[in-house]
Design a protein around this ligand. Structure first.
Ligand SMILES: [Zn+2]
Ligand SMILES: [Zn+2]
Length: 277
């Protein structure tokens, strides 16, 4: 059996209604994490007018479902505009950075089209890619300190723009230092970090978010982890979970973190799923 707390239904850019996600017999605890509404046009977010219905529908599912259900939100951190602490009504929050700075009065989306990425890189950072990546990680640290979510979402997702090492290799010292600085803050704030498999099954990334070498650093700091697929369709609820589990085991992890009776708790796991604590 598995748990998954990073899932998107048709309240945002996912497919199918939340109830359909409950039909996967491999899932014993499920969290919905629609993209929280943003105060500007965004095609993949939940519109703010749907927020109340989202909480109502998932509250009803909790009553009827034999498995544990949670109503979370994946929330952006854009200083002065939106942050995880704006959504205290959710059971939990995943804090994710999808935007860095802005150009032409629009927040720059760093995990969308590569053409959008290169345009922002040029207009905001004059193609100084290290500055863009450093700002991404700086914002992530700031979010953990100022508006800590329960879970840090896809920690290094901006790497989808670096496929084939277009800009740099992850073993470069400046990049490793950025990751170390971020993990230090995650450790100090006791933030859970997800290992997210979506990049692999979407073939946008060769590895999980975060990369396996980062999982090893996380383990040395005893940072708690949760396995998630960022599913936008019920068929992807456990996609690549065996791989994620094997990478965590290889990094030295013996426990993953799940929600049990509303509390984050560490339990044993292996490539086949979770066991008893
Ligand atoms: Zn995301
Ligand atoms: Zn997501």
């Amino acid at each position: 059996m598995w748990t998954n707390y990073h899932t998107h239904s048709n309240y945002c850019d996912g497919k199918e209604s939340p109830a359909i996600y409950l039909n996967d017999p491999a899932i014993c605890s499920l969290g919905f994490s629609s993209h929280a509404p943003l105060p500007f046009d965004c095609k993949w977010c939940m519109p703010s007018k749907k927020l109340e219905a989202y909480f109502t529908e998932i509250a009803a599912l909790k009553q009827s479902s034999p498995i544990e259900i949670y109503c979370g939100l994946e929330v952006d951190f854009i200083p002065g505009l939106i942050s995880p602490k704006d959504f205290t009504q959710a059971d939990y929050t995943i804090g994710s950075i999808h935007f860095v700075e802005q150009f032409e009065n629009t927040p720059w989306e760093i995990d969308g089209l590569h053409t959008t990425f290169t345009e922002g890189l040029d207009k905001i950072f004059k193609n100084y890619y290290r500055a863009a990546w450093c700002r991404y990680f700086e914002l992530t640290r700031q979010m953990l300190i100022e508006s800590q979510p329960d879970v840090l979402g896809h920690l290094d997702k901006m790497k989808i723009q670096n496929l084939g090492n277009k800009y740099f290799h992850e073993n470069e010292s400046w990049y490793q230092q950025e990751i170390r600085s971020l993990l230090k803050v995650a450790s100090q704030t006791n933030t859970i970090i997800e290992i997210n498999t979506r990049g692999i099954y979407q073939q946008k990334s060769e590895t999980t978010y975060p990369s396996p070498w980062i999982l090893e650093l996380m383990k040395t700091l005893n940072i708690r982890v949760t396995i998630s697929s960022d599913a936008h369709h019920p068929k992807d609820l456990c996609n690549q979970f065996e791989l994620a589990a094997s990478l965590l085991l290889k990094a030295g992890y013996k426990k993953i973190t799940i929600l049990k009776d509303g509390v984050w708790k560490e339990v044993n796991f292996n490539e086949n799923g979770i066991g008893s604590s």
